[in-house]
Design a binder for this molecule. Structure first.
Ligand code: GAR
Length: 223
């Protein structure tokens, strides 16, 4: 199929890349109108790099340990990302804090998926923190990236219940399953021109979002 008219993406990862896989699958199976031009990892051992190669996508490593500081790494990363001319840069488990210079350069075309119902539980260990706080609900958020860590405007969220007996691993697995629906949904909205960032607000179909919308609840599997 021709890539003309498709939104060019660069996906940044650090690890397993299951969200990357969900995007790759959605391109194939649901005709997601994007072209994943490259996958870039800051770690050479990220399994997501194999997922990219298996899908015929260029897989690049830019190892942060080879740079003296965050600024120089992010400058090199920005050049590498920009060399693919992306319309959208997708952080999919990219476990580095980005410098303001990087964020400003890609403002409005840089999104992240975070495993909590933002603004709750910014940062790391979100599943354990949701359990420790006694949350009854937990989930994931996709947001535009701003200079504030996990603080950019939210585009869409997915909720899951916290079940009795959950530990951080069972809860993480339940959230991750929803992430794999959430991220392709948002990428589709952006690729179709339905979502954009304007004056620091998310517009969906031309209207500012008062509250972040929720992904439809998972339908129960047939008995
Ligand atoms: C996902 O749960 C994602 O939300 C989280 O890392 C995991 C990556 O999984 N991201 C963050 O915590 C960002 N601060 P994956 O590599 O299998 O897609």
């Amino acid at each position: 199929m021709s890539d003309v008219g498709k939104l060019p993406l660069v996906v940044l990862i650090s690890g397993s890349g299951s969200n990357l896989q969900a995007l790759i699958d959605a391109v194939r199976e649901q005709a997601l109108p994007v072209e994943i031009r490259a996958v870039i990892s800051n770690r050479g051992d990220a399994f997501g790099l194999e997922r990219a190669r298996d899908a015929g996508i260029e897989a690049r490593v830019l190892d942060h340990r080879e740079f003296p500081d965050r600024e120089s790494y992010d400058r090199a990363l920005a050049e590498l990302v920009e060399s693919y001319r992306p319309g959208l840069v997708v952080l999919a488990g990219f476990m580095r804090i980005l410098t303001p210079a990087f964020v400003q350069r890609f403002r409005g075309r840089l999104i992240n998926i975070h495993p909590s119902l933002l603004p709750r539980h910014r940062g790391l260990h979100t599943h354990q923190r949701a359990l420790d706080a006694g949350d009854r609900e937990h989930g994931a958020s996709v947001h535009y990236v701003t200079e504030e860590l996990d603080g950019g405007p939210v585009i869409l969220q997915a909720k899951v219940p916290v079940e009795p007996g959950d530990d951080a691993a069972t809860l993480a697995a339940r959230v991750l399953r929803r992430e794999h629906v959430l991220y392709p949904t948002v990428v589709r909205w952006i690729a179709e021109g339905r979502v954009r960032l304007e004056d620091g607000r998310v517009l969906l179909d031309g209207r500012p979002l008062a509250e972040p919308p929720l992904l439809e609840a998972e339908t129960a599997p047939a008995p």
